[in-house]
Write a protein that binds this ligand. Structure first.
Ligand SMILES: Cc1ncc(COP(=O)(O)O)c(C=O)c1O
Length: 285
C-alpha cells in the first residue's frame, strides 16, 4: 500500500485522515505544490519551494516545517513509495478550527502529501493535443497556488465534455493560461506567453522553458496576447509539471500548424529531454 505524509509522519494510505473542520476542506484555505520526480530526484525543487513560501506569505499561512525538513520528508516519501519517474503532491492548510471565516487563533497548519508513479509521456504528449477555449471565470489572485481550484475544475470539465484534453482560458480578448498549465504561442520564430502577474500562476515549467529558450537563442516576449493571435499562431504549446512541453494541434474546431507539432516545440522538447537524461545519469552515479 502507498505511504503518505501526514504532518511529520509516514502512514499507510488508508490511515490518512483529516479533521472535518479542517479549513482546507471547508474554505479551500490552503496552498499546494506538485513537484516532478525524475530518476527518484525532485526536479526544480528550489523553484517549487520558493513558490510555496511566496504562496504562504500571500495568504499569511504558517509553514509547519522548515523547507529543509520538508524536503527531507518529501525525499523519504519518494523512497518509501519506490518512485522513479513520478509526481509528489503536498498541501498545507490553515488547520482545523470551528467554522468561522476569520483566521483562527492557535490552529496549527496541517500538511499532507502523497507520491505517485508517472511515467513520462503517458498522456498524448508529443503527438499534440486538442484543447478548448473557455472563459476564465477565476478570482484575481491566480498567482497564488491555492487549493481553491473550482474555476479551473469547471473549465477542465467543460473542455473534457467537448472532447478536449485541456481548457485554454481567456479574459475578454486576452489569453491567460490553461486550467492546469501555462500557454505559449509561436509567431515568426518568437515565443509569446502571458506575463507573470496576478492573472496566471507562474509555472515552474514555464520558467524552466523560458530558460531553455534563452539557451537555444529563441526570442521570447512575455506580453498579453489575444485569442486572434492564439488561433493564427504558427505553433501553440502548453507547459506544466505533469505535461512538460505538450504541443497543441487543435483548438476547438481549428487545426493549429496543420495539425502537427511545430519545430520550436520540438526543439524545446528535445532540450527538456536532454536535461532529464542528464539528471537520471547523475542520479545513478
Ligand atoms: C493554473 C495553473 N497554471 C499553470 C500551471 C503550471 O505550473 P507548473 O509548471 O508549476 O506545474 C499549473 C499547474 O498545476 C496550474 O494549475
Amino acid at each position: 500500500m502507498a505511504t503518505i505524509l501526514y504532518q511529520d509522519q509516514f502512514l499507510p494510505r488508508d490511515r490518512g485522515r483529516v479533521d472535518m473542520e479542517d479549513r482546507g476542506y471547508q474554505f479551500g484555505d490552503g496552498i499546494y505544490e506538485a513537484i516532478r520526480v525524475y530518476g527518484g530526484r525532485l526536479f526544480l525543487l528550489d523553484l517549487h519551494m520558493k513558490r510555496l513560501e511566496r504562496s504562504a506569505g500571500e495568504l499569511r499561512l504558517q509553514l509547519p516545517y522548515s523547507i529543509g525538513h520538508l524536503t527531507d520528508n518529501l525525499q523519504t516519501l519518494i523512497e518509501k513509495n519506490k518512485i522513479d519517474d513520478g509526481l509528489i503532491y503536498f498541501q498545507i492548510t490553515r488547520g482545523a478550527a470551528p467554522r468561522k471565516h476569520l483566521f483562527p487563533e492557535g490552529a496549527e497548519s496541517v500538511l499532507t502529501g502523497s507520491a505517485i508513479n508517472l511515467p513520462r509521456r503517458s498522456a498524448p504528449g508529443e503527438a499534440g493535443i486538442k484543447v478548448s477555449l473557455i472563459d476564465d471565470i477565476r478570482w484575481l489572485r491566480c498567482d497564488i497556488k491555492t487549493l481553491n481550484l473550482l474555476g479551473n475544475v469547471l473549465a477542465k470539465q467543460e473542455a473534457h465534455e467537448q472532447g478536449s484534453e485541456e481548457a485554454i482560458l481567456h479574459r475578454g480578448n486576452t489569453v491567460t493560461e490553461g486550467s492546469s498549465c501555462n500557454v505559449f504561442i509561436v509567431k515568426e520564430g518568437r515565443l509569446v506567453t502571458h506575463p507573470a502577474d496576478h492573472f496566471i500562476l507562474n509555472g515552474i515549467t514555464r520558467l524552466f522553458v523560458l530558460g531553455l529558450a534563452k539557451k537555444l537563442s529563441i526570442p521570447v516576449e512575455e506580453r498579453l496576447f489575444s485569442t486572434e493571435e492564439l488561433f493564427s499562431a504558427d505553433e501553440v504549446f502548453i507547459t506544466s509539471t505533469g505535461a512538460e512541453v505538450t504541443p497543441v494541434v487543435r483548438i476547438d474546431n481549428q487545426l493549429i500548424a496543420g495539425g502537427r507539432p511545430g519545430a520550436v516545440a520540438r526543439r524545446l522538447i528535445d532540450a527538456f529531454n536532454e536535461e532529464v537524461a542528464r539528471i537520471r545519469t547523475a542520479a545513478l552515479s
